[in-house]
Design a protein around this ligand. Structure first.
Ligand SMILES: [Zn+2]
Length: 128
């Protein structure tokens, strides 16, 4: 549990510094995003936190019309699954310019928006 807390904190701290991190296994070099306390490939707990390039492509998405209270003013919004360059996948809100529609394979870049209580939030935007 302590290890899970540690990797979650590493991820949240990185988002607040406008970057994405994952964990890299020091045995087999496998990368997980978000970071995990154990390697998903070989099970090793010897992992290092590593910065991940904030770019990827839109794998799939859905449009949210009924949102939780924290996101009511955002409705409707796009929740996408983004495939990063290392084939890892991250779910997140996708914000596109007016008139641009989501499309399979669309190139996206990570952006960071200041949220409540000063904490940053990851947003995916189209690469122009
Ligand atoms: Zn490993």
């Amino acid at each position: 549990m302590k290890e899970i807390t540690r990797v979650v904190k590493a991820y949240e701290d990185a988002i607040n510094q406008n970057r994405i991190v994952g964990s890299q296994c020091t045995s087999c070099q496998d990368i997980s995003v978000p970071p995990r306390p154990l390697c998903k490939n070989c099970g090793s707990s010897e992992i290092e936190i590593t910065t991940i390039e904030g770019a990827g492509t839109l794998l799939t998405w859905t449009v949210i019309h009924i949102a939780p209270p924290s996101h009511l003013e955002r409705v409707p919004y796009i929740l996408g699954i983004v495939e990063l360059k290392n084939n890892q996948k991250l779910t997140g809100i996708v914000e596109l310019e007016e008139g641009i529609n989501p499309d399979f394979g669309m190139e996206l870049i990570a952006d960071f928006e200041e949220g409540q209580e000063g904490a940053s939030r990851l947003r995916w935007r189209s690469r122009i």
